[in-house]
Design a protein around this ligand. Structure first.
Ligand SMILES: C[S@@+](CC[C@H](N)C(=O)[O-])C[C@H]1O[C@@H](n2cnc3c(N)ncnc32)[C@H](O)[C@@H]1O
Length: 276
């Protein structure tokens, strides 16, 4: 089990590191929807019927939505799930009444699947580093560095580094098909200067890299650190955008003035293991 860092070492930690434990929130949200629907159909709707109140399908859906939001709140789902819980059933009923051709749903589902392909397993969705993050990374690269972006998304960081620091070698690894394809097309149609590999970052060999960058989520950080510690050479640099490594003191923390007030955590690899 991961030990908690001592309090004198936690000044660099933001207060609200999301929890990595328990059921995945998506699964919780699904159970909440199912629970709300069953409760409403078995208890709420029959009760109303007994007192002579007849509701339209959309009104039933709104009642089930309210119930789902309450259940989600009671089960401590992250707050941003609550409007989704509330809107899900009414949106379903409304869309059904519009008689939209099912191909649109299939199309939208396919696009989402290709973008968020791996999220159920990795718990790392696609969101992009800011230009200010790219800039901060570029400024700290050693000369002619070999750099890996683990989960390279649309390839924005790699493209920027290849333009700003053409002395380096840049490699992106991406598992989701559509972001990979988009970044590959950008590379082929643009000026290039970087490489892309389709596959899981867990299969990558980090030994050749001087700098490894990751912008993932809290979930893989402890496991990723074990891989980084095992494979990266002393003196090389591991950079994590937003998500720190639990229990390991970074060598530098850079507060960015971007939209999300992101932080970059820099870990200089030490020969006898890093300070905890
Ligand atoms: C938050 S985005 C960051 C994108 C890009 N690095 C950036 O900073 O703009 C994380 C990306 O990592 C990818 N990813 C998640 N788990 C992965 C894995 N095990 N192997 C490769 N890519 C992964 C996701 O598909 C997503 O595109």
């Amino acid at each position: 089990m991961q030990s908690r860092p001592s309090t004198e070492m936690t000044a660099w930690m933001p207060d609200a590191m999301p929890s990595a434990g328990g059921l995945p929130p998506g699964l919780k949200a699904l159970l909440v929807q199912a629970g709300a629907l069953v409760l409403w159909l078995m208890l709420g709707a029959p009760l109303l019927e007994q007192v002579g109140v007849a509701l339209l399908p959309l009104q039933h859906a709104l009642c089930a939505g309210i119930l789902a939001a309450v259940l989600g709140w009671v089960w401590q789902l992250p707050r941003w799930w609550l409007p989704i819980n509330f809107m899900f059933m009414p949106a379903l009923v409304t869309m059904h009444s519009l008689a939209v051709t099912p191909y649109w749903y299939l199309g939208a589902f396919t696009v989402l699947l290709l973008v968020y392909w791996s999220v159920a397993g990795t718990r790392v969705p696609l969101y992009l580093s800011s230009r200010k993050a790219w800039q901060a990374v570029a400024e700290r690269l050693p000369p002619s560095a070999a750099v890996a972006d683990l989960g390279s998304g649309l390839g924005g960081l790699l493209r920027f580094l290849a333009q700003q620091r053409p002395d380096g070698r840049y490699v992106g690894m991406e598992i989701a098909p559509l972001p990979f394809l988009a970044s590959w097309l950008r590379m082929r149609l643009g000026s290039g200067g970087y490489e892309l590999r389709w596959g899981s970052l867990w299969q990558a060999d980090l030994r050749p890299f001087d700098v490894v960058y990751a912008y993932l989520s809290p979930i893989p950080m402890a496991d990723l650190w074990r891989k980084v510690e095992h494979e990266m050479r002393p003196g090389t640099l591991f950079i994590s955008n937003t998500f720190y490594v639990p229990g390991v003191e970074p060598s530098e923390v850079v507060q960015l003035d971007d939209l999300h007030r992101s932080r970059l955590y820099f870990y200089r690899m030490e020969s006898g293991g890093n300070k905890r």
